[in-house]
Design a protein around this ligand. Structure first.
Ligand code: ATP
Length: 318
């Protein structure tokens, strides 16, 4: 199943799980709409041929949903009954930490084998250097910022570009560095608004005529992106300020080659772990090796922003 927010690469992961099952001669059933579909028994038999031509597609053919009923004991009891009826013996959940929490609770109650595949564009999951969809979302954000820079420089404007990341600044920091942003505001670091004003003043003094400030949705300045733009306009009247919110486009699109390969590797590993009798694990990538981490640790463990990249970003804005 795919659950929670969708991300590019989920289809490639579905394909990989299905093909690995076919390879090991295990039957595979897709569950529509995450835990919602599980409770309703909305299942479909998947064979190697059911997943032709989806590796390159964004979104998820199994659809995704959020289920309040699965948060209740009664809801999970219904889900267990549906799995028993269908003779399903193990569950692969492609999703984020909420979906993994649901899987752990379900495992604790019913001792049902579960494996998680991290699928979220935010990259905020412990136990993997990359989540499915993150690389694609980064490339989408960089491409969009490049386009905004074209218009910014034609009009000598300052653009505030908001990218996704309510609690995590991975997209903002990496897309900001990749697109050559003058300032990057992320939830993990509150550098204060004075520093941003200073930096923008310096940009002008050193001859920059246009500027891009990349802002993560959840930055800690206490102002949303429109208020930030207004604040700068009030304090630096020499700037002609505009705002662009990239929004849901960052979740869509064809997955990058990196995400397709990652999805293929993680899908195979998840099936192999289950066949080895393993459960309660999340598959992930570390130093380009596929590894597994206990799902409980993956949920609990915090995500750490790359301090070295922050340092590089500071140097780049000189
Ligand atoms: P994203 O990172 O995109 O938000 P996610 O997997 O974290 O994805 P959530 O909406 O947090 O998305 O969780 C998906 C679903 O997992 C929920 O709708 C719910 O059905 C289930 N879930 C989350 N937490 C629990 C819990 N404590 N107990 C049972 N089920 C849960």
């Amino acid at each position: 199943m795919t659950s929670g927010g969708d991300s590019p690469g989920m289809n490639a992961a579905i394909r990989s799980v299905v093909r690995a099952c076919a390879y090991y001669r295990v039957s595979c059933v897709g569950i529509y709409r995450g835990y919602e579909g599980l409770i309703e028994g909305d299942f479909i038999e998947l064979t190697a041929r059911s997943v032709n031509n989806i590796i390159n597609k964004g979104g998820t053919i199994l659809k995704s949903a959020r289920s309040t009923e699965f948060r209740t004991k009664e809801g999970r009891a219904k889900a267990f009954e549906k799995l028993k009826e269908e003779e399903i013996e193990a569950l692969v959940v492609i999703g984020g930490d909420g979906s993994f929490t649901g899987a752990v609770v379900f495992n604790q109650e019913y001792n049902f084998p579960v494996i998680g595949i991290p699928g979220t564009i935010d990259n905020d999951i412990f136990g993997t250097s990359h989540t499915l969809g993150y690389d694609t979302a980064l490339n989408t954000a960089v491409e969009a910022i490049d386009k905004i820079r074209d218009t910014a420089s034609s009009h000598n404007r300052l653009f505030f570009v908001e990218v996704m990341g309510r609690d995590a600044g991975f997209i903002a920091l990496n897309a900001g560095v990749g697109a050559g942003a003058e300032e990057i505001l992320i939830p993990e670091e509150d550098l204060g608004l004075d520093r941003m004003l200073e930096s923008l003043k310096k940009s002008r003094r050193t001859g920059k005529s246009s500027s891009i400030v990349v802002v993560a949705e959840g930055d800690k300045s206490g102002r949303n992106v429109y208020e930030l733009a207004q604040y700068v306009e009030e304090n630096l009247p020499e700037y002609d300020v505009r705002v662009s919110v990239l929004g849901h486009m960052q979740r869509g699109g064809a997955p990058s080659c990196f995400d397709r390969v990652l999805a293929s590797r993680l899908g195979v590993k998840s099936v192999e772990l289950l066949l080895d009798g393993k459960t309660n694990l999340m598959v992930g990538l570390k130093d380009n090796e596929v590894i597994s981490t206990s799902i409980a640790d993956a949920i609990k463990g915090g995500h750490v922003i790359d301090q070295e990249l922050l340092r590089v970003s500071d140097i780049m804005t000189t």
